[in-house]
Design a protein around this ligand. Structure first.
Ligand SMILES: [Zn+2]
Length: 234
């Protein structure tokens, strides 16, 4: 029997990501787990991030075996299982193909903190080992290794991985990563540019992206989902 609250949170995260530019037809996925659990709640394949409801969520174990739920499993589950295996503090993993972050990942440009959001992603790793789908546990392990202790990573010619200690944190970071990449894209069009200094990066992280604001941002987006996808929230 699935924990409805957690399933609903995964569905809400999917809906939020869709609203904030992470949608890619039926691709992209979110997993979450209860602290310490070996079972992951996951968005199923075959439906878009905007369509997901709590009833669609499936449960898998760390070997990618489906335990519960009526829908199918995304082939890229090893991204999630292998990160969760080596990061016990991580309870949510997101993998999507948002356009600005994916464009940045295809370039040799570094993400610079040209806007507030950028201060969260100043040392962003880029996974370059393969641009293909991550369908084997070895590939998932390589993803987890490159991600290291970071909260986000670009995947060259593919997309992004974002993780968090909670669904709220991972979802908000994923939204902010795409916004930071978008700001970088627009700034680059203007030619030479400036970015936030190291000391200000540190201060702005504390001033803006503290835990209470992450909660506030999540609550804001939940309200936005309710306005936009009324049927999903029943
Ligand atoms: Zn993918």
């Amino acid at each position: 029997m699935l924990n409805y609250q957690l399933a609903r949170k995964v569905a809400l995260a999917c809906n939020i990501l869709s609203l904030e530019g992470h949608g890619d037809i039926t691709l992209g996925h979110v997993t979450a787990r209860e602290q310490g659990s070996e079972y992951l709640y996951m968005k199923p394949k075959g439906i878009g991030l905007d369509e997901v409801t709590a009833r669609d969520i499936i449960m898998i174990n760390l070997d990618g075996k489906k335990i519960a739920g009526h829908r199918g499993l995304h082939s890229e589950y090893p991204i999630h299982t292998e990160i969760c295996r080596v990061r016990p503090e991580i309870n949510c993993v997101i993998h999507t193909h948002p356009p600005f972050s994916t464009a940045l990942a295809a370039s040799d440009r570094k993400l610079r903190p040209v806007s507030h959001e950028g201060v969260l992603f100043t040392n962003l790793p880029v996974f370059t080992e393969t641009t293909e789908l991550i369908v084997k546990p070895e590939q998932g392990k390589a993803i987890a290794e490159k991600l290291g202790r970071q909260k986000a990573m670009l995947m060259r010619n593919h997309g992004v991985v974002v993780v968090g200690e909670s669904v709220e944190e991972a979802a908000i970071y994923a939204v902010l990563l795409e916004k930071a990449a978008k700001m970088q894209f627009y700034t680059e069009l203007l030619g030479a540019y400036h970015w936030t200094s190291e000391i200000e990066v540190y201060r702005k992280k504390e001033q803006i992206y503290h835990p209470q604001n992450i909660k506030n941002f999540w609550n804001y987006f939940v309200r936005k989902v309710k306005r936009n996808y009324r049927n999903n929230c029943l």
